[in-house]
Each structure stands twice: as structure tokens, then as C-alpha cells.
Design a protein around this ligand. Structure first.
Ligand code: ZN
Ligand code: ZN
Length: 382
């Protein structure tokens, strides 16, 4: 059995840490501190689990970056891609002050104590405050202007990881008729989908939304004991994590044991047109909010605007939701390598809903769509 994350991977090179250091210096941040989670995994390939003991990648503006880890977990760093990057490892013992170890090493590299310290946006408060205590002259801020900037633009190798994840979740949707049937509860259907997410090429299930009938009008409804009825419109939004950490996220809307009511079929056509319009608008230089507007305009022009109650999409990578957010007010211009969802929906409260979601990537001259199952209302036998 091979573990893809344990071998030297072209996905993660020391270049990422060096790019973070250069960008921190440019931004005026003296020290970056990243703890377990997607930021740490992105920068050095170490997929550490978060816990009370401090694990952190420290990137001073000058000098060599280093990893602070509990001694009992040092072998896990060596076994991960991080072990091949040549990062100095500062292992601390159970009776050591881990924050003191980090502060002393960073201060030594910088020549004086850091003033501005950027911490990961999902760093636990007890770790952020521990850093603050150990560096009392510093002010903490989010590292996200540096880290998001890097994570937002995927390398070709990362895009291929997202494409594999997309193909895997497409295979799950293609099998939906095996599980989504009249008389079964959303929870039963969801359990089968979760097993299939793992069977089709993921190592973890992130979420399974099965919104049947009126539950489809609640965009983040997950699962319930409601039984699927003949003629139900069912929103199925599912995603998982692959071995390299990249995520899938894809929504299709089904009709089970019957045809869609004429009115639903009518506004579903509008939704479909909106999803295609937003996808077709993706190319370098177009802003995130223009993609949102492309979808919203189609739905609003048809008179359904008030029922499209969320942004059009979110970035995706090592997290399911990450920048760039495809929403009014975000004037970020798209660049080749940016990956995000295009997922307009129409929701009639208490009645019915529908959503169509693909992951797309901005390319040099347009768009690459990573989910390719049919986007029409898919009719399944009861
Ligand atoms: Zn989704
Ligand atoms: Zn999504």
C-alpha cells in the first residue's frame, strides 16, 4: 500500500515557503506563524492534526523558516513531504515552553523581536495567544493577505488534483439512481452516498446534502429522516477530500419517480442558463463580482432574483471554501489558475429548491470545467 502524501511530491516544494517569505517581507510582516490545517499543508506538505500541543511553521521575513513540533511527532514530519524540504525542525519536549522556543528562534533569525506577526486565519486562539504572550512587543494580524494570495492561484499540478477530485465526485453523481429512491429517507440515501464518495477516490467525506422536496429550499440542509416522495425535486450537494488534500464539491438536482412540475421545469431552465452564463464569463481579468453578476442577471431578468439568496461561488483547493469568493463587492480580477465553484440556486421557501454547481478553473484564455455530469434536471425512476 503506497501513501501518496508520504513520497516526494511535485505538489509541494520549498518554493512555496520562500514565496511566502518574500511576500511577507513585501507586506511588512516580520513573522508568519502557521498551525495545522490547510495553510500548513499548503506551504510544507505536513498534514498535521490540530491539538493543544503547538505545531507551527514559522517563516521570518529574513533567515531560514523552521518547524516547531512536539518531539513525539517529529517522525511524522520526516515521513511527510515536509521531511524532504530541508526545513529546520525544532522539536520541543513535554516540559518545554513551545511558544518560547518559537519566539527565541524567530528573534535570532530576525536580529530583533518581530513587530508584526501574521497568524493563520484558522489558527486556534490558544495558539495565537500563546505566540502573543511569548512575543509581548508584537502585534498579531492575519497571515491571509500573504497565504491566500499564494493559495488562490493553483499550479498546473494542483489543477490536476482538483480535476481528479471532480471526476471522482462526478462518478458518485452518475450512480445516484442506485440510492435516491421513493420511500428512502434522506439519511439512508446520504449514508450510501458517503460510502460511494470513499469508494470512488476520496479519503474523507466533507458533506452530503440531500434536500428532498421542501428541504431543497434550504441551501445548507444536510440530511433528515424525511422520506423521498414520488415526484420530489431533490438537491444533492456532495464533496470529499482526496489523498493529496484537494476537495470536490458538486451539486446536481434530481426528480425522483416522476417528472418535474411545469413551473419547476420552467425556472430550472433559467437556473441552467444562469449557471452556463457565469461559467462562460470566466477568463483572466474579469472580476469575481462580474461572474456573480453574470449568473444573477439571468435569474433576475426572468423574475426569480429574490429566490437566489447566496453568492455564486467560492474558491476551492485544500479547503472546500477558500478565496476567491464569487460575490458582489469582490473586485478581484481572475487570474489563470484560480479555481472556484459556480453554483447559482433558486429556492422557494417551504416548497422546493434547485442548484447546479460545478468547479471551474480560470485558464490562460477562458475556463476549464472540472465537473461534467449532465446539468439538466435528472429524472430517476422511483
Ligand atoms: Zn456544494
Ligand atoms: Zn460549493
Amino acid at each position: 500500500m503506497t501513501n501518496p502524501s508520504a513520497s516526494a511530491s511535485p505538489l509541494v516544494t520549498i518554493d512555496r515557503v520562500h514565496a511566502a517569505r518574500a511576500l511577507a517581507a513585501e507586506t511588512g510582516i516580520d513573522l508568519l506563524v502557521l498551525t495545522p490545517g490547510a495553510d500548513l499543508r499548503y506551504l510544507c506538505g505536513y498534514d498535521a492534526h490540530a491539538m493543544e500541543r503547538l505545531t507551527a511553521l514559522a517563516v521570518p521575513r529574513t533567515g531560514e523558516p523552521f518547524l516547531v513540533v512536539p518531539r513525539l511527532e517529529a517522525p511524522m514530519v520526516d515521513a511527510s513531504p515536509a521531511g524532504t524540504l530541508g526545513l529546520e525542525l525544532l522539536a520541543w519536549d513535554e516540559t518545554h515552553d513551545a511558544f518560547g522556543v518559537l519566539a527565541a528562534a524567530a528573534t535570532a533569525r530576525l536580529g530583533s523581536a518581530p513587530t508584526r506577526v501574521g497568524v493563520g486565519s484558522r489558527t486556534w486562539a490558544e495558539h495565537a495567544l500563546g505566540v502573543q504572550r511569548a512575543l509581548p512587543g508584537s502585534a498579531l494580524e492575519l497571515a491571509s493577505p500573504v497565504i491566500d494570495r499564494l493559495r488562490m492561484v493553483k499550479t498546473p499540478a494542483e489543477v490536476e488534483e482538483l480535476a481528479l477530485a471532480g471526476a471522482a465526485i462526478d462518478r458518485v453523481h452518475a450512480r445516484m439512481g442506485e440510492w435516491l429512491r421513493v420511500g428512502r429517507t434522506e439519511a439512508e440515501v446520504g449514508a450510501d452516498i458517503a460510502a460511494a464518495i470513499l469508494a470512488e477516490g476520496h479519503v474523507g467525506v466533507d458533506f452530503t446534502i440531500v434536500g428532498s422536496g421542501p428541504n431543497g429550499a434550504s441551501p445548507h440542509h444536510e440530511l433528515s429522516g424525511r422520506r423521498v416522495e414520488a415526484g420530489d425535486v431533490v438537491v444533492v450537494d456532495i464533496g470529499g477530500e482526496t489523498a493529496t488534500g484537494y476537495r470536490s464539491d458538486c451539486t446536481r438536482t434530481y426528480v425522483v419517480g416522476g417528472s418535474a412540475p411545469a413551473e419547476v421545469a420552467r425556472w430550472y431552465e433559467v437556473l441552467h442558463a444562469a449557471q452556463l452564463a457565469a461559467t462562460a464569463a470566466v477568463r483572466p481579468g474579469v472580476t469575481a463580482e462580474q461572474i456573480d453578476a453574470a449568473a444573477r442577471q439571468v435569474i433576475a431578468d426572468a423574475g426569480w432574483g429574490e429566490y437566489f439568496i447566496h453568492r455564486t461561488g467560492h474558491g476551492i483547493g485544500l479547503d472546500t471554501h477558500e478565496p476567491p469568493y464569487i460575490v458582489a463587492g469582490n473586485d478581484l480580477p481572475l487570474e489563470p489558475g484560480m479555481a472556484f465553484s459556480v453554483e447559482p440556486g433558486i429556492y422557494l421557501p417551504g416548497q422546493v429548491g434547485a442548484r447546479i454547481e460545478d468547479i471551474v478553473v480560470c485558464t490562460d484564455d477562458g475556463v476549464r470545467v472540472l465537473n461534467n455530469g449532465p446539468r439538466e434536471l435528472v429524472e430517476l425512476p422511483g
